[in-house]
Design a protein around this ligand. Structure first.
Ligand code: FES
Ligand code: FES
Length: 153
């Protein structure tokens, strides 16, 4: 099947029901996207499918056939996407495991809502679990990213 990942076309020979996360990590060797629960419960595996955040651990590869996939690696080449800049400025990351998923959810939120309220943020981010408890800094960094500039998914 044909996948466009981070702007590059890939022809991958995988079973249609293989989780998209497996394709991204094990076939395409992009390891920024993490495996957490494998059951759409934690958000560690969040990527964008045609601009919308999805849990790649429960998304079959076939759903991405012909679609545009964006992973954390695709946000910027130097880590200078507006959301990444806000994350660095506020020192959001603790162990880091959940953070690529957090950032992908935050980017999707800001692409559709330029000035989210605390409630908007809590609703959009509720599916991204952080075992280190960085929620307050995640929220603050989303507000900061909204100040820094326009976000595109
Ligand atoms: S690994 Fe996909 S939601 Fe947890
Ligand atoms: S920073 Fe450790 S799990 Fe979120």
């Amino acid at each position: 099947m044909k996948l466009n990942v981070n702007g590059h076309d890939h022809d991958v020979d995988v079973a249609p029901d293989m989780p998209l996360l497996w394709v991204i990590r094990d076939v395409l060797n992009m390891t920024g996207t993490k495996f957490g629960c494998g059951m759409a419960q934690c958000g560690a595996c969040t990527v964008h499918l045609n601009g919308a955040p999805v849990r790649s651990c429960v998304t079959p590869a076939s759903a991405a056939n012909g679609a545009k996939v964006t992973t954390i690696e695709g946000l910027s080449t130097n880590g200078d996407h507006v959301v990444q800049k806000a994350w660095a400025e506020l020192d959001v990351v603790q162990c880091g495991y959940c953070q690529s998923g957090q950032i992908m959810s935050a980017v999707a939120l800001l692409a559709s809502n330029k000035k989210p309220s605390d409630a908007d943020i809590d609703a959009a981010m509720s599916g991204n679990i952080c075992r280190c408890g960085t929620y307050q800094r995640v929220r603050a960094a989303i507000h900061r990213a909204a100040e820094l500039g326009e976000v595109k998914a």
